[in-house]
Write a protein that binds this ligand. Structure first.
Ligand SMILES: *Cc1c(COP(=O)(O)O)cnc(C)c1O
Length: 387
């Protein structure tokens, strides 16, 4: 071979005796076939086979298989973000004329997706009270094709009665998707309760280090998996194996990280009850939190995210009280090693059920810093918010 060819065709070295513990990063657009016939007949490889980089490489498949095992499902698909996991489910299931039911505590971009993107394409939505339980049956009509659940809800932390909602939907042959980002499959497994789609923002606890964006959809039914794969490949959606490799690394420590922040968040939440300026602590492990009984029945524990409803006067003090923090950063996308605070306004988002609180909400995501230092800084910020 001449130099230019040698530059292109790398030598194949022996892998004999080589074994590592990490998952190799397989990057590919082209998948090479043994002969022309294999290429011409590549559709026969099916959705699980390797046909083109967009549809996955062994790195992606490893992450998919790991999530499938954790969820007790049949297949998982990795998508570019948690929001993409939600939109891909909706786009593969819903057609013009159909309706989706979404909870009032949904991750806010879900509502925008329904209001702007889906509505413009003839798919409408109804917003339901997350505490509706079996009452959801009254909202299901012949146009309803999907019920969306988020548990606990983004920011506001209500834990719905998932088994009751799923039972009502299944009785009418309606599919159910569940955003399980707060719990991860370590604390709650939606498929075990009969959900058709378990969605996760891997961006949060699986990635675990605030440096990647990925989402996953796990299903128990291979027909749904094929439907999703077809949608993704037609829309041209795939993920980078480098991102998957980071998620695989994050997953290694997820159980330990989650156990730590879960214990801490429950401890902080209990200690914060009655703090001046904190009107309500919204943490599913507290009996005062809507859906606490559902959480106790269905969940194995807590993660590190909860919210505080502050007194209305805190609004004017938010900027100064949260400035110059050393440990807590201000920002969205929780679940990393760094602790975060995010001020939120809920009343204007809600359309199904009036939000009963007047003050602003402060979402807390606990990270892995020293627990006493975190407590001191949070307590100090709350004092400044109160007076
Ligand atoms: C963050 C989040 C998402 C979206 O995840 P991205 O990867 O940021 O798109 C979806 N659902 C919930 C509950 C989330 O917290």
């Amino acid at each position: 071979m001449r130099d230019a060819t040698l530059c292109v065709h790398h030598p194949v070295v022996s892998e004999e005796g080589y074994a590592g513990l990490g998952v190799p990063v397989h990057r590919a657009s082209t998948i090479v076939y043994p002969d022309a016939d294999a290429f011409l007949n590549r559709a026969e490889r099916g959705v699980d086979g390797y046909t083109y980089g967009l549809n996955g490489t062994p790195t992606t498949r490893t992450l998919e298989a790991q999530l499938t095992h954790l969820h007790g499902g049949a297949r998982t698909i990795i998508v570019p973000s948690g929001q993409a996991a939600i939109s891909m489910v909706m786009l593969s299931v819903l057609l013009p004329g159909d309706r989706v039911l979404i909870p009032d505590n949904a991750y806010p971009p879900v509502r925008t997706l329904c209001m702007d993107h889906l509505a413009a394409r003839g798919i409408d939505h109804t917003v339901y009270d997350p505490m509706i339980g079996a009452g959801i049956a009254a909202l299901i009509d012949e146009r309803t094709k999907l019920v969306w659940i988020e548990t606990p809800g983004s920011g506001t932390m209500e834990t719905p009665d998932v088994p009751a909602i799923i039972a009502a939907a299944r009785q009418r042959g309606v599919l159910v998707g569940c955003d399980n980002t707060w719990a991860t499959p370590l604390l709650f497994k939606p498929l075990a309760h009969g959900a058709d789609f378990a969605c996760e923002a891997l961006t949060k606890y699986v990635g675990g280090h605030s440096d990647l964006l990925l989402g996953s959809i796990t299903v128990a039914d291979t027909a749904l998996h094929q439907r999703l794969r077809k949608t993704l490949s037609e829309l041209g959606i795939g993920v980078s194996p480098d991102e998957c490799s980071l998620a695989l690394r994050g997953m290694q420590t997820m159980a330990l990280r989650l156990a730590h922040v879960g214990r801490l968040s429950e401890d902080f939440a209990r200690r914060l009850v009655g703090t001046p300026g904190v009107e309500t602590v919204l943490h599913p492990a507290l009996p005062s939190c809507p859906g606490h009984e559902n959480w106790k029945r269905d969940f194995k524990g807590s993660s590190g995210v909860f919210s505080l409803v502050l007194a209305p006067a805190a609004r004017a003090r938010m900027a100064t009280a949260l400035s110059d923090l050393k440990l807590f950063s201000i920002g969205a996308s929780w679940g990393g090693t760094h602790s975060l605070l995010a001020p939120m306004e809920i009343a204007g988002i809600r359309t199904g059920t009036p939000w009963p609180h007047e003050g602003p909400l402060l979402r807390v995501s606990l990270g892995l810093e020293d627990a006493d230092e975190l407590w001191d800084e949070l307590a100090g910020a709350l004092r400044r918010l109160a007076d």
